[in-house]
Structure formats: C-alpha cells, structure tokens
Design a protein around this ligand. Structure first.
Ligand SMILES: [Mg+2]
Length: 218
C-alpha cells in the first residue's frame, strides 16, 4: 500500500487488536471469565456464558466495557488477578516493533490511544515493553469518553497536539475509525487481522491491512 509519509506527521494507534493480538482479550472475556465465574457460582459454563455475554453487551460502547474495577465489582471476581492467569496470551502483532522504529527514525509523533483501563495498560506495557516506543499514552478513561463517542477526538485534541489533516489513525474498530473520520482525521487504516485465530475480513469503508509493515516504503 502506498502511503506518502511526507503528508503525515502524527500517528495515533489503538492497542488491543491493532498492536496487540486480540486473542488475549477475546479468550479472557469469552472463555476465562465465564469459566471462573461459573465455577464460583456452580453454574455450567454454557449458562455462565449466556448470562455474562448479555451482561457484557449491555455495556458496549461505554467506558464500563473496559473498566476492570467495574467488572470486578459487578461479577464479584478479581479481574486484574484473573488477567495474570492468562497473561502468556498477551502478544505483539508481527511487524509492530519494526513500524514503531520506522516512525521514530523518521521523526513522526506516535501516540497510543486506547479505551483500555489503566490496569490493563499497565499489565500490557509491562508484558510487551512497547511503552517507551511512543511519545505518549492516552487512556480514554482519563478523557472520560470512549473512542466510540464523536466528542472523543476533540477532547483528545485538547490534550495532545496534532493536525487532523496530517494524522494517521490505525484501528481494528470501524466504529472508532468512523468517529475519527467525522472529526477530520485524514488517514484511516483498518487492521483486519486483529486476532491471530480469526480469519481477517477487509473493511468495505477503510483501507485495510493485516500488518503495519504494509505501510512501510518498499
Ligand atoms: Mg482495538
């Protein structure tokens, strides 16, 4: 894919699914939490899944969705502790380290911009050591709005400098690319291979990649 890097000076990157394998998050919420919750309440795992999946859906597109304290309270489980049990599944997607090194070498500002909760961020940065690669890390929980909210990007702009017309956003959420587009962020890239275990489907609305190395000059 041809990207004219002279027209871009800031790169905003989502974390889960975009830089890191979403298999960790999918497995954690869809399998590990229901199994643990089911054991605690002596409920078969299928019933636990049915109950918990609808509970999760009820908080979609809100900050509660990624708020570990909210889910610890709501489910009566120590969610951060449970994450440690499957932390071996936390993995950086292929090509990410190379891409971040390219950005640094060419003087592009790079920001990690995530809906993830501070406790998730800490665990993942500790495990992957990606933190120092960025000019900064912004959690939606610090801005009080998720990226799905149209007002998010304006609020981000109050916090960090970027020219929307000269900014590239990488995301595995078409919804979030949509709110960013509405704000005027120009270069929008959809990561279709967000999980190592789910076959990728390209977006019909946005330029799609499997790996960030596809954006590097040949
Ligand atoms: Mg994501």
């Amino acid at each position: 894919m041809i990207i004219d890097w002279t027209t871009i000076d800031t790169v905003l990157l989502d974390m889960d699914g975009t830089l890191l394998d979403r298999h960790f998050d999918d497995h954690f919420w869809m399998e590990h939490v229901p199994k643990t919750w089911g054991m605690k309440h002596r409920v078969p795992v299928d019933e636990a899944k049915e109950y918990l999946y609808s509970l999760f859906r009820s908080q979609e597109q809100t900050l509660n969705w990624t708020d570990l304290d909210y889910w610890s309270d709501r489910l009566g489980l120590d969610i951060p502790l449970l994450k440690l049990e499957v932390e071996h599944l936390i993995a950086v997607h292929p090509g990410v380290t190379e891409f971040l090194a390219f950005l640094r070498l060419h003087g592009k500002k790079s920001w990690l911009v995530t809906n993830a909760h501070g406790k998730t961020l800490n665990l993942k940065m500790k495990k992957t050591r990606l933190g120092p690669s960025f000019d900064g890390i912004i959690s939606a929980h610090d801005l009080g709005l998720p990226k799905e909210d149209l007002r998010f990007w304006g609020r981000l702009h109050e916090k960090i400098p970027f020219d929307p017309a000269r900014t590239l956003l990488g995301e595995d959420s078409e919804t979030n690319l949509g709110t960013a587009a509405a704000y005027g962020i120009r270069h929008l890239i959809y990561v279709s291979r967000f999980s190592s275990v789910i076959p990728p489907t390209p977006s019909e609305r946005y330029r799609s990649i499997h790996y960030f190395t596809e954006l590097l000059p040949a």
